[in-house]
Unconditional design. Structure first.
Length: 476
């Protein structure tokens, strides 16, 4: 056995173990104070990945439940309005039955019935035209407007709402576009250069990002520097055979190149500054018989997304950003009356509700030639008889629609909410098992670490004092 003063191995060992205990003690405190077993990725990397995926699913389920509840309110709004239409139709049928009693009614009484029927018809059309959920009209035939791209090489996406050119879109039709001006990128032709030759020492900036060159920097190296910083500048560099060319990576008036060159490294004409901007695309778009102007100056930072005053958008592809390619060109199709609801946490988990046009002119047709609810005449016995047939058909039409809405609400949406609730509960339980702290087990671990830390500090104190035994030898 040897005795040393300079190196106290026992104390070093005690210190190492105390440090480990202190580190685990601090982790235990963190787990108990947050209630989470995984507080950082280092606590359990694999568990963190699984837990975050579960959390993303839980967030999606929560939103899907809210979407389903919104859809229920949407359906209730439509069904409530149709309930009032049913009430008006019952009143209209009573008038038609009364008008058929020509043996007892005077001409003025029959005319009064006709006037009241006309008022009912106007009210039904008003309900159809004004019933809204937020800003979306439900019963005028424009609900659930969607557009799909049919010319995929020319357009990447079409987003069309219920309004176009200031009016409601109420029938299936096509989207026809004529591009009158293509979007352009900002472009600057720089100094004449040879790729392998040095450009000289100096500095320049592109859109506020500084670049420096040395006396040996070549034209190719300058191009490479600029392209490496595209994410910061939004500018790409190329060589056209004689000069360096700068182009913005985006299109439209929001794309810009601001070149400040103190030494004439890139700028044609020597030291100074040059600025350039792109141009917006312009197009006239026809949906049905309506036409609207679309421009990329709104709602699109890439210059290829065109929009109109109603917020409808068309995203052109690079191939579609050519005026010769888009001339009276059908880009997509519009389908109305089929509202889509995202009721699941994942892609493709959606459902649809079809709502038609419930204006008086669209009700009761087909049972009596040439007649519908909007043009009934009950001033004659024959007219009253025909009116009964048309009104009965309208009642059946509205009632069936209400039944479809009710079935959608009860068997799809409400059922989906219950199903999502169960799924969320079990998914949250699984995520909790991975992520949350078992407080009882962690408290046991905390107590152990607390004792170890206290014992370690005591042992460390003893180990630090052990070399003092050597003093006895020195005294001898």
């Amino acid at each position: 056995m040897s005795f040393r003063v300079n190196t106290n191995v026992a104390a070093m060992n005690a210190l190492r173990n105390v440090s480990q205990s202190a580190g685990e003690f601090n982790k235990s405190i963190t787990r108990l104070s947050t209630g989470l077993r995984i507080n950082t990725a280092a606590d359990d990397p694999a568990g963190l990945i699984i837990s975050e995926n579960f959390r993303a699913q839980l967030s999606g389920i929560d939103q899907a439940v809210r979407n389903s509840q919104d859809a229920i309110n949407y359906a209730k709004t439509a069904e409530g309005a149709l309930d009032e239409v049913n009430r008006l139709l019952r009143d209209a049928r009573g008038l038609a039955v009364a008008a058929g009693n020509t043996g007892t009614l005077s001409s003025s009484a029959i005319q009064a019935n006709q006037s009241q029927l006309s008022s009912i018809v106007s009210s039904i059309t008003r309900i159809a035209q004004t019933t809204q959920f937020g800003t979306k009209k439900l019963l005028d035939g424009s609900s659930g407007v969607s557009a799909s791209v049919t010319a995929g090489t020319l357009a990447g996406a079409i987003n069309l709402g219920g309004q176009f050119a200031g009016a409601a879109v109420t029938s299936n039709t096509s989207v026809v576009a004529t591009l009158t001006q293509a979007a352009t990128q900002a472009s600057v032709t720089g100094v004449a250069a040879t790729l392998g030759q040095a450009v000289g020492a100096g500095s320049f900036s592109l859109n506020g990002v500084a670049f420096t060159t040395s006396s040996t920097t070549t034209g190719q190296q300058v191009i490479d520097q600029i392209n490496a910083a595209q994410g910061q500048t939004g500018v790409a560099a190329s060589f056209n055979g004689t000069a360096i060319v700068l182009n913005s990576t985006s299109y439209g008036s929001t794309s810009r190149i601001d070149l400040a060159d103190a030494n004439g490294i890139v700028r044609a004409g020597g030291a100074g500054s040059t600025s350039a901007t792109g141009a917006n695309a312009l197009a006239t778009v026809q949906v049905g018989t309506a036409t609207a102007l679309f421009t990329s100056s709104q709602n699109g930072n890439d210059g290829l997304t065109l929009s109109d005053a109603d917020g409808n958008t068309i995203k052109l592809t690079s191939a579609g950003n050519v005026t010769a390619s888009v001339q009276n060109q059908t880009l997509g199709q519009v389908i109305v009356g089929n509202s889509s609801f995202q009721i699941g946490a994942n892609a493709g988990q959606s459902t649809n509700l079809s709502l038609g046009n419930f204006a008086a002119s669209q009700l009761g047709g087909g049972v009596v030639s040439g007649l519908n609810l909007s043009n009934l005449d009950i001033t004659t016995a024959t007219g009253a008889s025909n009116a009964l047939k048309v009104i009965d058909a309208a009642v059946d039409q509205v009632s069936k629609s209400r039944g479809q809405i009710g079935s959608f609400q009860r068997n799809v949406l409400e059922s989906n909410i219950r199903s999502l609730g169960t799924a969320r509960e079990n998914l949250a339980a699984t995520e909790s098992t991975i992520r949350d702290t078992d407080v009882a087990a962690e408290m046991t671990n905390f107590t152990k670490l607390q004792i170890l830390q206290q014992a370690g500090m005591s042992v460390l104190s003893q180990a630090n004092s052990a070399p003092q035994a050597v003093l006895n030898l020195l005294r001898g």
